[in-house]
Design a binder for this molecule. Structure first.
Ligand SMILES: NC(=O)c1ccc[n+]([C@@H]2O[C@H](COP(=O)([O-])OP(=O)(O)OC[C@H]3O[C@@H](n4cnc5c(N)ncnc54)[C@H](OP(=O)(O)O)[C@@H]3O)[C@@H](O)[C@H]2O)c1
Length: 318
C-alpha cells in the first residue's frame, strides 16, 4: 500500500521549489520511503543535453530522476548528480531492468552497471521495464520468462535484501500481468507500475484498480511524448483551464496527473520547460472534473506499443 501526503497549500504556483501548490508533494511507499510526485524523465535526453537538464532540474527543486539502462545516458546523469553537490539521500533515483537481462543470473551484473554509471551504491526504485524477456541470442522472445516473471522478481527481491535497491516495481504491466506476478508468494509486492498515461490515454480503470490494489501508478509520456505534446497543450479544455487559472497548459496537465493520484514524469531538456513542469497547482474540483471528463470521453489512443516492432506474436497490452 501507499498513502498520500498533502504538501504545500495555498494557490500560488510560483512560490518556490518545495511548494506543491496544494497537491501531494510525494507518496509514501510500503517501505516507508517517500517518493516525490514529479520526476524529470530522461528518455531521449541526448548526450550533451541530459547532464545540464538534470542540473537545471535539481536547481528548480526536482528531487526525482526517472531513468533507465536502455536510455544510454546513465553515466552523464550520474556525473551531473555528483557535480550538483546535492546529497544522495535527497534525490530519488529510478532505473529499469532492460528486456535482455531478465534471466536471474543477468540481473545483478546489469544493475551493478547502472549503479556504477549513476555513481551510487543503491537505487531508490528499480523497475522491470517491460513484461517481455529477450532470448539469450538477443532476439524476441523468451516465452518462459515472459510468461512467468517470478524468477526475475525473486532476483530483484534479493537485490533489495542486499541493499542495492530500496523499492522494486514494474512498468508497462496491465492488470492481468500484475496478477500473474502477484499470484506467486512474493516477499515484496510491486510498489509501482509505470505506464503511459496522458490526455489521449487516461486509463481511468487502471488508475482506479491500482489505487484499490495499493500499487502506485507513474504516468509516463504525461504530455503525450514528443509526438503529441503540442496536441496535448492545444486541447481546448486544457487551454481554457490554463487561461482561467493563469497557468500554462503544461502546468494544468501535470497538476491534473498528480491530482489523479499518480506520479508524473515529464521529460524536457529545455531549461524554461523544466522549471515550468514542476509548478503544481491543485485545480478547483469542477475544473479537475471537466478535464477528467474530456480526457475520458474520447476513444483511448496509445502512443507507445512496440509489440509489432519487436516481432511479438502477442500484444503486450492485451
Ligand atoms: N517505462 C517506459 O516504458 C517509458 C516509456 C516512455 C517514457 N518513459 C518515461 O517518461 C518520461 C516522459 O515521457 P516522454 O519523454 O515520452 O514524454 P513527455 O514527457 O510527455 O513529452 C516530452 C516532450 O515534451 C516536450 N515538453 C516537455 N515539457 C514541455 C513544456 N512545458 N512545453 C512544451 N513542450 C514540452 C519535450 O521537449 P524538450 O525536451 O525539447 O523540451 C519533449 O519533446 C521519459 O523521459 C521516461 O523517463 C518511460
Amino acid at each position: 500500500m501507499f498513502r498520500w501526503v498533502v504538501g504545500g497549500g495555498g494557490k500560488c504556483h510560483h512560490t518556490g521549489p518545495n511548494f506543491s501548490g496544494g497537491l501531494q508533494s510525494h507518496y509514501v511507499l510500503n517501505s516507508g520511503d517517500k517518493i516525490p510526485s514529479v520526476a524529470l524523465g530522461v528518455w531521449k535526453a541526448a548526450p550533451g543535453e541530459v547532464g545540464q537538464a538534470v542540473k537545471t532540474a535539481l536547481d528548480a527543486g526536482y528531487k526525482h530522476i526517472d531513468g533507465a539502462w536502455i536510455y544510454r545516458n546513465e553515466a552523464e546523469v550520474g556525473k551531473a548528480l555528483k557535480e550538483s553537490g546535492v546529497p544522495r539521500e535527497d534525490i530519488w533515483i529510478t532505473s529499469k531492468l532492460w528486456n535482455t537481462f531478465h534471466a536471474p543470473e543477468d540481473v545483478e551484473p546489469i544493475l551493478d552497471e547502472s549503479l556504477a554509471k549513476l555513481g551510487t551504491d543503491y537505487l531508490d526504485l528499480y523497475l522491470v521495464h517491460w513484461p517481455v524477456a529477450t532470448k539469450k541470442d538477443g532476439t524476441y522472445y523468451d516465452k518462459e520468462l515472459t510468461a512467468d516473471p517470478y524468477p526475475t522478481w525473486q532476483k530483484l527481491e534479493e537485490m533489495v535484501a542486499k541493499g542495492k535497491v530500496r523499492n522494486i516495481g514494474v512498468s508497462n504491466f496491465n492488470v492481468r500481468r500484475i496478477q500473474n506476478l502477484t499470484a506467486n508468494p512474493l516477499k515484496i509486492q510491486p510498489a509501482v507500475n509505470q505506464v503511459e498515461i496522458n490526455y489521449f490515454l487516461p486509463q481511468p480503470e487502471l488508475v482506479q484498480w491500482s489505487k484499490e490494489s495499493g500499487i502506485l501508478l507513474e504516468a509516463y509520456s504525461p504530455l503525450g511524448s514528443d509526438r503529441r505534446v503540442s496536441d496535448s497543450l492545444n486541447v481546448p479544455v486544457v487551454k481554457e483551464i490554463a487561461k482561467e487559472l493563469d497557468m500554462t497548459p503544461a502546468e494544468v496537465i501535470i497538476s491534473w496527473h498528480v491530482q489523479r493520484g499518480t506520479i508524473v514524469l515529464p521529460k524536457s531538456v529545455t531549461p524554461s520547460r523544466i522549471v515550468e513542469n514542476i509548478h503544481l497547482t491543485k485545480l478547483p474540483d469542477e475544473l479537475f472534473e471537466k478535464l477528467e471528463k474530456a480526457a475520458t470521453s474520447h476513444p483511448p489512443e496509445r502512443g507507445s506499443n512496440p509489440s509489432k516492432s519487436w516481432g511479438l506474436d502477442f500484444d503486450i497490452f492485451e
